[in-house]
Ligand binder design. Structure first.
Ligand code: B1M
Length: 213
């Protein structure tokens, strides 16, 4: 079995320490950083993402896989800059104002990072103007809003309004999600994309960033 396949398979099993060791070995063997990322870490994360989408694995498995991914990626990060590996795009993400649920938001973030996107995590209880100002200041292609409460999902409409007022809608797309959010709600508030789960959100974010490149 190649070392990259070993990285992918150990990541899927959530073996963070083993993944870290294997990534270091791959670096020492002179395997290009992009290849370690694509054929090792991202390959494993993609498998987990698909299984999660199909209810073959659940939140705990995704979290341990994501932890393994993060430990491996931490070793590659400083080398990526030197190797000229560009992030696939930049997004900011947060749970909307008044809402403290962050498990789903963190999963979306991890899946997006797993797809090579740079993700600015604004945390929870994020004010509409914070999303918009961050997107402007950091040059994000996408604002990602998560909400878990029927009482807070309306805040997503405020984010859309603030983005409209700031005149950034032609450059910055707004993605929404979370248990109470639906396609109909997305259409109603004029957001750009609704996705039901973290893996689909990551796929859609990558395609938005590619389209705007
Ligand atoms: Co709260 N809570 N909670 N809670 N909580 C719910 C959401 C609730 C449904 C429970 C219930 O009553 N059955 C209910 C909401 C009812 C409603 O509004 N319809 C509820 C309530 C009422 C509350 C409080 C008001 C309770 C109280 O204090 N009286 C309070 C609110 C606090 C606040 O936010 N201001 C509260 C507090 C809490 C805890 C702090 C205890 C804890 C949160 C811990 C944390 O997040 N760090 C908590 C939890 C854990 C839950 C439940 C049990 C689990 C939520 C969760 O993490 N699910 C939840 C009941 C339930 O769902 N069974 C409940 C797993 C997570 C992976 O799913 O976040 O949906 P989810 O993410 C999915 C998708 O939705 C999607 O991807 C993820 C996976 O693929 N997704 C996106 C999410 N964001 C996305 C963004 C995207 C795309 C996809 O694009 C940008």
């Amino acid at each position: 079995m190649s070392i990259l396949t070993e990285i992918s398979e150990n990541l899927q099993r959530g073996k963070a320490k083993v993944v870290k060791e294997l990534v270091q070995q791959a670096i020492d063997q002179g395997i290009p950083v992009q290849q370690i990322l694509d054929e090792g870490l991202l390959d494993g994360m993609n498998v987990i993402g698909e299984k999660f989408k199909n209810n073959e694995v659940f939140v705990p498995e995704v979290l341990v896989a994501a932890r393994a991914m993060n430990m491996g990626a931490a070793l590659l990060k400083p080398l990526m800059k030197d190797a000229g590996v560009e992030a696939a795009g930049k997004v900011c993400i947060g749970t909307v104002k008044g809402d403290l649920h962050d498990i789903g938001k963190n999963l979306v973030k991890m899946m997006m990072e797993g797809k090579g996107l740079e993700v600015i995590d604004l945390g929870t209880d994020v004010a509409p103007e914070t999303y918009v100002q961050t997107a402007i200041d950091q040059g994000c292609q996408i604002i990602c809003c998560s909400a878990l409460l029927t009482t807070t999902m309306g805040m997503m409409g405020e984010v859309v309004k603030k983005a409209d007022e700031a005149g950034i809608r032609d450059k910055v797309k707004i993605m929404v999600g979370g248990a109470p959010v639906t396609q109909a709600f997305c259409d109603q508030i004029g957001a750009d994309r609704y996705t039901p789960d973290a893996a689909t959100a990551a796929d859609v974010a990558v395609s938005i960033c590619q389209a705007s490149a």
